[in-house]
Design a binder for this molecule. Structure first.
Ligand SMILES: *[C@@H]1O[C@H](CO)[C@@H](O)[C@H](O)[C@H]1NC(C)=O
Ligand SMILES: *[C@@H]1O[C@H](CO)[C@@H](O)[C@H](O)[C@H]1NC(C)=O
Ligand SMILES: *[C@@H]1O[C@H](CO)[C@@H](O)[C@H](O)[C@H]1NC(C)=O
Length: 144
């Protein structure tokens, strides 16, 4: 009996993981990696390594714009990093719904239009690449 109780307890343990995403690695307009697939309870930590950037939530439909509906999105705010810094600011959150893809961008124009975007748990219907294409559509629409 005791053996079975212990075995059952072990099977139900799901270890939460921490994913680190580098913001502006080598000064680039990038999140590295640009897309992460993670589960409920996992933490996504953004480590800002250069410049003065944000990690700001948008919707899939409106990239490069802070999300306001159905709720105000999450936002790191600007986290500047001095040249030559050896300690980097970090901003993180924990996933509470892995079925909901979340979309992010740097809210310093024109970084988003240059592709500084991040996808958490993209789906086969809404992929990271589809999000990049959407940015192209939005830019084309607003410049015409
Ligand atoms: C970072 O950018 C924000 C928004 O433009 C600005 O208010 C802030 O002063 C900047 N910080 C530094 C250290 O440049
Ligand atoms: C999780 O997200 C999905 C997709 O947006 C949604 O359908 C579902 O209701 C959400 N679940 C919870 C518990 O909020
Ligand atoms: C945006 O416009 C350019 C130039 O007309 C075109 O080559 C490109 O395919 C368009 N991008 C999208 C996503 O529509």
């Amino acid at each position: 009996m005791r053996f079975f109780a212990i075995a059952t307890a072990l099977v139900s343990v799901v270890v939460a993981e921490k994913f680190t995403v580098i913001v502006a690695e080598n000064g680039g307009l990038t999140y590295t990696p640009p897309s992460v697939t993670a589960k409920v309870g996992d933490t996504i930590a953004f480590q800002f390594q250069a410049g003065n950037h944000t990690v700001t939530q948008s919707t899939f439909a409106n990239p490069c714009t802070p999300m306001t509906t159905p709720a105000v999105g999450i936002d790191s705010g600007f986290l500047p990093v001095a040249a030559g810094a050896t300690q980097f600011p970090e901003w993180s959150f924990t996933i509470d719904n892995a079925s909901a893809p979340l979309w992010f961008f740097c809210n310093r124009p024109p970084h988003c239009s240059r592709g500084m975007v991040f996808a958490l748990n993209p789906t086969p219907e809404r992929t990271y690449d589809a999000f990049l294409v959407r940015i192209g559509h939005i830019l084309n629409r607003s410049s015409s």
